[in-house]
Write a protein that binds this ligand. Structure first.
Ligand SMILES: Cc1cc2nc3c(=O)[nH]c(=O)nc-3n(C[C@H](O)[C@H](O)[C@H](O)COP(=O)(O)O)c2cc1C
Length: 173
């Protein structure tokens, strides 16, 4: 449909209704040494299995976006419930920016050299396949070139503006 005929819903109402979505939480990271940079994201999903490809959405203003476009590689680290403080730090809400966000956790490198959280639930090492600019954000497609799986434990979730633990409690039939 052409932009001219589109009548978008109200942004504030959209934002409020989207709070009902429960999402997994991840840290996107890139660069190395003193040039490491990363941020907390919930906008991550698998795009295709063959070839293994995922996507994330980053604000145009994100310094992580600028860095991953420069280096051409990034990692996506899925967080466990016990990583809540790390998610908070990488969101910048505690006032911590740049490489200082990486302090106090163990980071390793896989194929691309992007920092990978050693004890993530799962981590994906990606090469930037394409960056698609759309509205306030950029959709980054990541070709997964390497990955690592951690132990099975409760995941960190984000819903209604708060962190929560996502277990695997069975639903009653
Ligand atoms: C739970 C949560 C989820 C977030 N998800 C995203 C996201 O998907 N994309 C994004 O651009 N920012 C997201 N943010 C905001 C970034 O983490 C935040 O703006 C960060 O400071 C950006 O850092 P940077 O400018 O160093 O890249 C999220 C924040 C929180 C608390």
């Amino acid at each position: 449909m052409s932009e001219r005929r589109l009548h978008h819903a109200d942004s504030t109402a959209f934002r409020k209704a989207m709070r009902a979505l429960s999402s997994g939480v991840a840290i996107v990271a890139c660069g190395d040494g003193d040039r490491r940079i990363g941020c907390t994201v919930t906008s991550i999903a698998s795009l295709s299995l063959t070839p293994p490809t995922l996507f994330i959405c980053l604000a145009r203003s994100s310094s992580t976006l600028a860095s991953l476009e420069e280096t051409g590689a990034f990692s996506v680290n899925l967080l466990a419930a016990r990583h809540q403080a790390l998610a908070h730090r990488f969101s910048g809400r505690g006032g911590v920016h740049g490489p200082r966000r990486f302090e106090g956790a163990e980071w390793i490198a896989l194929a691309t050299g992007a920092p990978v959280l050693a004890d993530a639930l799962a981590a994906f090492d990606c090469i930037v396949e394409e960056a698609i600019e759309r509205h306030s954000h950029v959709i980054v497609l990541g070709a997964v070139v390497s990955l690592r799986e951690g132990i099975d434990e409760p995941a960190l979730a984000y819903t209604r503006g708060d962190y929560a633990a996502a277990g695997r409690a069975k639903l009653r039939q």
